[in-house]
Design a protein. Sequence first.
Length: 167
Amino acid sequence: MATDDFFRARLDQMIDLRHPLVVLAGRLPWGQIEAALAPAFARKHRAGKVMLGSDLFGTTLEIAGAGVSAAGRPRLPIRLMAALLYLKHAFNLSDEELVARWSENVVWQYFSGQDYYTPQLPCDGTQIGRFRTGNRRSRGGRTAQGNHRHGRAEQSHTTGGIRTGHC
């Protein structure tokens, strides 16, 4: 068995490649989905606030909080978050149920773009809600994942993929 990591097997070697989610993962335009969602989650430039300061030469005006901040946790991959939203709606799960089941399901991890099995939770359940609402705010109330979900569920049904009653 050829693997990139001597001690771990790749997910594509562990799963049935005919599973509907695996087939759907290969047919979805992940690059286009990521390109469409990336601007909504890019770090934004902030104007900052003018504040009074003082130095050796007297009172000065300083601009605080301007520019693009690199502070904070690095963002999770957009493919992972988009895949989690699809799985959440396809299987009608809460955010907490979703992340718990994802950590146990190798097919879901493959669908999400992982190469190797990861027993840890992909994220905190609250991050899914923030991803969903953050995207809604940036698109003026229209959610990309709502449009994404409808279009991809339709593609899934036509390709014989996931069959659920509420997609």
